[in-house]
Design a protein around this ligand. Sequence first.
Ligand code: NAD
Length: 422
Amino acid sequence: MTAPKLEWDTPMYRLAVAQLDQTAAQIGLDENIWERLRTPQRALVVSFPVRRDNYDEVDTVFGYRVQHLLTMGPTKGGIRYDEDVDLGETTALSMWMTWKCALMGLPFGGAKGGVRIDPRTYSEKELQRITRRYTSEIIDMIGPDRDIPAPDLGTNEQTMAWIMDTYSQQKGHSVPGVVTGKPIEIGGSLGRREATGRGVMTCVSEACRHLGIAIEGARVVVQGFGQVGGTAARIAQDLGARVVAVSDVGGGVHDPNGLDVRRLESWHAEHRKLVDFPGTECVSNAEILELPCDVLIPAAIQNQITGENAGRLQCRILAEGANGPTDLAADRILRERGVFVVPDILANAGGVTVSYFEWVQDAQQYFWSEEEVNTRLISIMQRAFRDVLGVAEAQGTDLRTAAMMRGVRRVAEAKRRRGVFP
Ligand code: NAD
């Protein structure tokens, strides 16, 4: 099938559709369902004014919210603040959320949102105004039974608190379940902040076990030192691995003998950068991907591993913390080179899994201990990993294809059962 030129048609959207098309052809997906799944069910684009701290200055910014599929329950997906946010990126990310939720057996369809800004160029007060105005603009689309945002690139617990407060002000009562990834004090879940990184490392441990690699002493490289990458690096170190390099948007640091991740975290919190951390060599964000290691975790942005650099990667396991870090050409090269790829919709699904726990806890107003959250998360991630590995081995395919097959099949079956209205 060739896609008509549509509003969301960008390279990232085409990657998401190409992955769907490959899977659909392999599983013999019903053509009607296939066609529907290639496009979002709802997409909203807004532009709105933001007053800068310099009172007379007002910027116009763009915001997006896309719901890919409403068949499975409410929709779920993060909100991203980044200069590259557009309708195509938001749509691609919403599609990956659909497969991820289905793969993990969560009662959600996929969604995603974002605001096209560089958050580092706005003050905290300005970010609060942007968040509250963006929430007002998309307020009819979201809600605990409709669509539940969460943090993503450039947003965090504080952003979620502002969204929850703005939404609750409009409704006239507190609605904690409208977002997940909130601070604990207003209905957040213990363990949510670390959930994505913990899920990534659960998959890495399973992959090591499968390949006969000892996690103790394994060399780990992490691109991105935020909510996902920072936690993955810390947990890797706690598991006895040697974290040899990490990076953030400004570049990275490398020490073949292993970095002290906790010391690095304190240093990063104080200096707002990683480069120049004493006793390390600087590496660029391109170089870090090609360092010799056992485990490479891209945990920053999409489109980092391409046909151009995939041949030079020196890892044995590639665990995708970020969404869409690997393009199709790279996938082929990595498969040929025998690199074990744990795909994003599996590797980073820990975040949405604990978001689901948070949503359940908010609905019941009954909160779990951190140990309960972590134990359930780890067992769900291990089960998902083994299920996907089982499909991959049975079908003689890679983990991405196997994970996509499971996700798309579940969605297709739900669509078939519900039928077409009217
Ligand atoms: P974050 O904003 O907390 O951290 C992002 C990190 O990447 C920061 O260290 C930042 O400096 C770095 N970075 C940003 N732009 C970069 C660039 N151009 N090159 C190199 N590094 C860059 O974001 P996050 O929540 O950790 O999200 C990271 C990735 O993980 C995204 O792809 C996101 O979609 C995905 N993800 C996040 C979650 C979650 O729960 N937060 C869940 C699933 C997937």
